[in-house]
Ligand binder design. Sequence first.
Ligand SMILES: [Zn+2]
Length: 268
Amino acid sequence: MSTTSIFLIFTFIVLGALGLYFIFRKESFDNSNFDERWRDILLNEVEFYENLIPSERIRFEVDVSKFFAKVRITGVDTIIYDKDRLLVACSAVIPLFGYPGSSFDNISEVLIYKGTFNHDYETKGKDRNILGMVGDGVMNRHMIISQIALVNGYNREHSAHNTGIHEFVHLLDKADGDTDGVPKFVLQSKDVQPWLEVVNGEIENILAGESVIRPYGATNEAEFFSVASEHFFTKPKILRENHPELYSKLIKIYHQNPAEGLGNVLGD
Ligand SMILES: [Zn+2]
């Protein structure tokens, strides 16, 4: 092997390690500033938190505090409340809860719009059918989310549609540079091809009307990953019963088995 090849491989390894460090940086934090009223909101609104054992609830609160310290949450032409801010934080914490101490480092601000918006971020006029979006270009490191959709996502009577989790799963997917439905930071390279086979098989099932996953998941692999993840975290038993192979692949990706007690952490 030539010196250049060795140098390139070495550089690649160092850059990869740095990327992992910045995206899943571990930091020390405590939950001493966690407001008791926030705890009540979490217990009332967030089934995932409610189902955690006490020590894991503390870890969840630390993660929420850490999110608030790093990410600005801004209401655009709408008043936002603690509940809205907490639900945004929960949407970030839940997908990474199987990776203790990890958090998103590829976001700076979440903008909350009251209702739907269009691709030009307009909240009035035609073609307003977007509930959430991870920004690109000048909107890089920004996420936009509809306040109504955010709150509805945590309504326990609601379907498996959770816009907050959906958007943060896109952010997890995007952490390797490509929003393509293959979250390379949490999926080993040997598992990529089997994952894509399951994804494409399940997209065909949706198109054939033989899936519990909503039709939007058939848009492409990235949307499938986000929509299937919403299902995994909000209605895990239904997903496991109807799509066991997909369910087991998502356990590997998230290091969690929510059907056996939400937030049950399996791995390191
Ligand atoms: Zn999406």
